[in-house]
Design a protein around this ligand. Sequence first.
Ligand SMILES: [Ca+2]
Length: 177
Amino acid sequence: MMRTRTRARRGLALVEATLAVLVVAIAVGAGLQAAAASARSRQAGLDQTIARQLGQALLDEVCALPYADPNQPPLFGMEASETRATLRESLDDVDDYHGFSETVVRGRNGKALTVPGRYTRSVTVRWVRPHLLATASATDSGIKEVVVEVSLGGKVLASLSARRTRAMDIALRRSDP
Ligand SMILES: [Ca+2]
């Protein structure tokens, strides 16, 4: 009789120990999953911050240029002798950047920048209608909209835009010291 009780107690203890191990294993698994999700979320936030900074830098670069080419009869897009393949220093007006795309992030002087990840940047420029700014204009309206998109792994992480007007160039020339 005593032996049966002892066996029963041992069996119960074994079941309890197994259950305890299972509970710990489930808790550890859940903890690891939560940590992995948190790390993924942190990385996604970091990727997005970098993408926004890269996009803003390119948008600022484009918008700092004159509205139209200052040296030759302006065309929409690059004028002859300009190239944007790897070196953007020859670009001298906003719409020279239309269609620009790079898969290695470079400065205006063509030097590759150290960036954690293979970001791509692309630019589109269009004239927009003065009374309907979200709508493209077929002719030169005096307002150009610049859109910069930054992607990572084929996914667009940042899309930034700005409008550049001819009036701004005139105002800048007037205020030239
Ligand atoms: Ca130009």
